[in-house]
Design a protein around this ligand. Sequence first.
Ligand code: HAM
Length: 428
Amino acid sequence: MSTLRTVRGMRDLLGKEAQTFTSVIAKAQATALLFGFQEVFTPHVESLDLLSAKSGDEIRQRMFIFEDLGGRKVALRPEFTASIARLATSALRTEPKPLKLFSAGTVYRYDEPQRGRYREFWQSNFELIGTDKPEADTEILLITNKLMQTINLQGYVFKIGHVGIIKGILSQDGVDEKTQNAILQRMDKKEYDLALKLVESEKCKNTLQRLIDIKGENWRDTIEQVNALVAEYEKAKAAAENLTEILNLVTASTDISLIVEPAFARGLEYYTGVIFEVYIPQLEIALGGGGRYDRLIEAFGGEPTPAVGCAHGIDRIAIALQTQNASDLSDTAKKFVVIPITESVKVDALKLTQSLRNHGYFAEFELMGRKMGKSLEDADKRGLDYAVIVGERELREGNVVIKDLKKREQTTLSISELFEQIKKMACE
Ligand code: HAM
C-alpha cells in the first residue's frame, strides 16, 4: 500500500466538498436545535461487546476491530445508536425522559467501496429515548423531513414499513427469533426466495409472499390491504395499527411524500417497530434511515426503555446535492481580496483587510507578494467576487480602488464610502 494514498474506502474531503459537508452538518445541528435535541459527543472507539450486541450480522461482520495496547477488544463505531444507548443506561440513566440526543461525526464499516459507499463516512444522528408513543416516531420522521427540506433536496421520498408486521406473522407461526432475524436480513436484501426458504409452514410462507406482493402508491390503500391480510395475526395487526397512527400524525402535520412497503426490512437487528429510509429518484442508495428499537437499552442492562431514532448519510446527501445540481449551499457570501500595490502600503492594506473581517466580510490578503495583475488573475480563478486595490497615490488622497471581478468594472472610492458600497454589494 502506498503511504501517500488514503486507506481503501477512506477519503480526504477538500474544497467545495468539505464546505458542503460542513454546511449539511450545520443544518442538521440547526434542525436538532429546532426540535430540542441536545448535541453529545461520544468516542470513536468503543468496546467490541457494546458495538456487536444487537446490531446484527450485517454490521457485526464489517466492523474495524482491534486490540488496544492494554489487550482490550475494541472497535471503531459503525453507527451512533449503541453509544447513545450506552449513555442512556449509564451517565444519563436518571435524566428525565424523553432523552433527545443529537450527534454528528464519522462512523466506520468495512463495506465494499463504491460511489456512495465508503469505509469511513459521516452521519448526523438523532435518538429519542424513553417513550413508545407514536408522537415520538412521528417526530423522528418530521426531523428527517425537515432536514431534507432545509438542505433543499428535490423529490425525496420516504419508504416506510414496520418490523412488527413481518415479525408478528412469523412469531404467530412459531418461527424463533434467530430465524426471524435471518429472514429479515434476506428481506432487507430483497432476496425474497431465500427468505421464504427459511419458513417451514406453508400458510406462513403464503402470507409472507402476499405481504411481499402488496404494492401501491397510496399508503392508505396499502395499509388496508395489509389489514385484510393480517386480520388473524394479533401482533401483526397491532403493528399495522401503530403504523397507521404514525402515518396519520405525520401526514396531518407536514407535506411529505411517502410510500408504504409492508415487506420492507432493514439490516440492523435491533428494530422493533416502524422503520424507514429516504431516497431521491436519481439515486438508488438511501440518504438516511431509522426506526424504533424498544429492546436495545434493556439488552445493555438498563431498564426496559422504548426508543426511536434515525441517521442521515452526509456523504450520500452531498452526492444527492451534486446530482441535483443544487446551487452551492455554503457559498453565498461575497468574497473580497485586498491587494497592496507597493510594499509601502502593506500595513494600511492589512488594516483594511482586518476592518472588512471585523465587519463580518470574507476577506483575504495577498499573501504571495504578487504583482496586481497576477493577484487579480488568481482571485478570479478562485471565484472571489471583489478586489480592493490599495495604491500609494490613491491612499494619499484617502481613496482605494474596488474592482468587481465578475463584471470586470472598477471604481475609485474614499475609504469611508467603501463600506457603504460594500454593504450594498454584499447584499446583491
Ligand atoms: P443505517 O441505515 O445503517 O442506519 O445508516 C444510516 C445512513 O448512513 C444510510 O441511510 C446511509 O445514508 C448512510 N450509510 C450507511 N452505510 C454507508 C456507507 N458505507 N457509506 C456511506 N454512507 C453510508 C443506522 O446507522 C442506524 N444507526 C440509524 C438509527 C438510529 N436507527 C435508530 N437510530
